[in-house]
Design a protein around this ligand. Structure first.
Ligand code: GUN
Length: 279
C-alpha cells in the first residue's frame, strides 16, 4: 500500500482564499497584532509569515517588535493597551518568550476575546468543556485537514502523541468532540509502538525527529505529522519516518507542506471569528 499524501499547502491556500473572500464582505477590517519579543530567528520567520498572510487576506496586520530585555511589566502594559484598542481584534504573542518573562502570566493578560492563539485558560477551559472557543491554530488545522481528506472519525481510535498545551491537549479535546476514542501518549508512555499500532489515526506532536516508525502504523491508518524538527544538516524532519510510513499508512501529511501551512490559515480564520464575535 502507498499512502495518499494529504497536501496541506493546497488546503491552506483554499482556506486563506475563503477567509479573504469573507473579509472582503465585511464593513470593517479585522485587526491582528503580533507581538515578538527578542530576535529568535525561527520566531522572526514565523511572525513575518503570519503578518504577510494576514495582510494578503485583507486583515489589518501589524507586528510589534520589542527588545529581548523587555520586562514582563512592560509587556503586560503593551498588551493592556492592545486589549483596550477597539481596532485590534486579535493579539498573538509569539512564543517562546525570553526566560525572564513568565509566558503563562502573559497569556492570561490577553483579553480572551482577542486570544487568537486560543491559549488563554478561558478558551482552554471552554474547549475542554466542548463549548465554543477560540481554538489553538495547529490542532484546528489538523481537524480541517482530516475533514478535507474525508477521513471518517466517528467511533475510531486516535493516538495523540505529545501533551503540549499548544497541540497535544487541544488536539485530544477536538478529537473527543468528533466522537473519537482518544489515547494520549507522551515521553513516559511504556510501549509507544503498541499504542500506535492500535490507532486508526495518529497525530504525532512529540518534537522528536522520525520517532514514529513505519511498522508502528496499522495498515491504512491516517498519519498526521505535526513535527517540524531541524536536523544537524539543516534539513527538516517530521516526528514520523515518512519514507517508512508511506508503505503502511492510508493517508499521511508530509513535512514540510502538511500541517504547517494550516496553522497560519487557521490564525486568519480565528482573527475573523474573534472580530465578528466582538463587534
Ligand atoms: N510558537 C510556536 N507555535 C506558536 C503558536 O502557535 N503561537 C504562538 N503565539 N507562538 C508559537
Amino acid at each position: 500500500m502507498t499512502a495518499r499524501i494529504i497536501d496541506g499547502k493546497l488546503v491552506a491556500q483554499a482556506l486563506r482564499a475563503r477567509v479573504a473572500e469573507h473579509v472582503a464582505t465585511l464593513p470593517f477590517r479585522p485587526g491582528l497584532v503580533v507581538v515578538l519579543v527578542g530576535d529568535d530567528p525561527a520566531s522572526t520567520v514565523y511572525v513575518k509569515s503570519k503578518d504577510r498572510a494576514a495582510a494578503a487576506a485583507g486583515i489589518a496586520a501589524r507586528t510589534i517588535r520589542l527588545p529581548a530585555e523587555t520586562t514582563e511589566e512592560a509587556l503586560i502594559t503593551q498588551i493592556a493597551r492592545l486589549n483596550a484598542d477597539p481596532a485590534v481584534d486579535g493579539i498573538l504573542v509569539q512564543l517562546p518568550l525570553p526566560s525572564h518573562i513568565a509566558s503563562q502570566t502573559i497569556v492570561e493578560t490577553i483579553d480572551p476575546q482577542k486570544d487568537v492563539d486560543g491559549f488563554h485558560p478561558l478558551n482552554v477551559g471552554r474547549l475542554a468543556m466542548g463549548q465554543p472557543a477560540l481554538v489553538p491554530c495547529t490542532p484546528a488545522g489538523v481537524m480541517k485537514l482530516l475533514a478535507d481528506a474525508h477521513i471518517e472519525l466517528e467511533g475510531t481510535r486516535a493516538l495523540v502523541l505529545g501533551r503540549s498545551t499548544i497541540v497535544g491537549r487541544p488536539m485530544a479535546s477536538l478529537l473527543l468532540g468528533a466522537n473519537v476514542t482518544v489515547t494520549m501518549a507522551h515521553s513516559r508512555t511504556r510501549d509507544l509502538a503498541a499504542e500506535c499500532r492500535r490507532a486508526d489515526v495518529i497525530v504525532a506532536a512529540a518534537g522528536r525527529p522520525r520517532l514514529v516508525r513505519g511498522d508502528w502504523i496499522a495498515p491504512g491508518a491516517t498519519v498526521i505529522d505535526v513535527g517540524i524538527n531541524r536536523l544537524n544538516d539543516g534539513s527538516l524532519a517530521g516526528d514520523v519516518a515518512f519514507d517508512e510510513a508511506i508503505g503502511h499508512a492510508g493517508a499521511i501529511t508530509p513535512v514540510p507542506g502538511g500541517v504547517g501551512p494550516m496553522t497560519i490559515a487557521c490564525l486568519l480564520e480565528n482573527t475573523v471569528t474573534a472580530a465578528l464575535h466582538r463587534r
